[in-house]
Design a protein around this ligand. Sequence first.
Ligand SMILES: NC(=O)c1ccc[n+]([C@@H]2O[C@H](COP(=O)([O-])OP(=O)(O)OC[C@H]3O[C@@H](n4cnc5c(N)ncnc54)[C@H](O)[C@@H]3O)[C@@H](O)[C@H]2O)c1
Ligand SMILES: [Zn+2]
Ligand SMILES: [Zn+2]
Length: 391
Amino acid sequence: MRALTWHGPRDVRVETVPDPAVQEPTDAVIRVTSSGLCGSDLHLYEVMAPFMHEGDILGHEPMGVVEEVGEEVTGLRPGDRVVVPFQIACGRCFMCEQGLQTQCETTQVRDRGMGARIFGYTSLYGSVPGAQAEFLRVPHADYGPVRVPDGPPDDRFLYLSDVLSTAWQAVRYAAVPPGGSLAVLGLGPIGDMCCRVARHLGVEQVFGVDPVPARLARAEQHGVEVFRFDDDTVAAIRDRTDGRGPDAVIDAVGMEAHGAPAVRTAQRLAALLPRAAGARLMGTVGMDRLTALYTAIDLVRRGGTVSLSGVYGGAADPLPMLTLFDKQIQVRMGQANVRRWADEILPLLTDDDPLGVDSFATHRLPLDEAPRAYAAFQRKSDGMVKTLFRP
Ligand SMILES: NC(=O)c1ccc[n+]([C@@H]2O[C@H](COP(=O)([O-])OP(=O)(O)OC[C@H]3O[C@@H](n4cnc5c(N)ncnc54)[C@H](O)[C@@H]3O)[C@@H](O)[C@H]2O)c1
Ligand SMILES: [Zn+2]
Ligand SMILES: [Zn+2]
């Protein structure tokens, strides 16, 4: 089959690789009909290089049609149309039963001290072959894949794999009180969808922040008051909230925030070092560009909540503990527990399309164009916000 493979920092290629097969009785293999390109893939594209291996297949936002199932998979049949959550979970352990599928005790990557395995997401998450490919092996297929009706285009359902669940969890964790306000930092696919979900769930005052004008314009069409990220952003939003700051702030930016040039250099260096040395550096030096997190802590009102969706990867990042403590801030974070939210989200994926998923993608491309798409998405050029590959 054809698949998008990793070869080094900013070097991804579409190659012919062996087809996946059912290996365990609980596996399924799906033929991928659409596969998303995510901000999380950008971290792997360059900064997370110390945790990547030559030939790793990327991608974790698939939907498609079941080709084959193992003998213990009773809930799926060949021909079923499914969306596959980005994490692999068993559905039966202590963690899964509490809706913490990202912590699944059956699939945890214990030798790295990490949570549930994730498709196409580094050795930290099990080096599982990813979904930007023609076919995908899906472990624990009785639990993960969500069956969806035939008929509407893939765009209707694909975002259940990640974007919708991530935004939903970010807004739930933000816990904005009735009549309250929310600021969303970063208006990539995740931040944009956080704004839409927040508006849909009744948050009246939503502020969106990003350095990219086209992304601000896009969010503005969905009832969001937008601010171009600069030194005055915090003061400007405080002004709109009686000087207090919003009740909650979502960080939908993560480790590659604009505005930390020294750490940017260190990240680039770590990516180019031999794997072991790079990984050691990531574990011992403040390795995340923390601009967005610092902004969130500064901006949120006293006693408010910071909800972190953006992914961070450093093990020694400096945090302003005095401010966090003095302002009495709640912080919630983590990878999204996809199946936990799916039943709430699925009823919204109708012709009425309250979240605008049908027109959410800015680019729909054949898989062969993936290397070009990664480069454009990293540069935020070509008006690219969300790309779906059609393998
Ligand atoms: N928690 C989860 O389960 C989960 C799931 C998917 C994605 N993510 C993470 O969410 C983050 C966003 O993903 P995305 O797909 O939207 O990617 P993205 O890279 O397109 O979005 C990041 C946005 O932040 C903006 N930005 C950069 N610096 C900023 C700053 N200082 N202030 C405000 N905005 C700034 C960028 O211009 C960009 O629009 C990534 O870190 C990604 O890894 C987490
Ligand atoms: Zn993703
Ligand atoms: Zn489990």
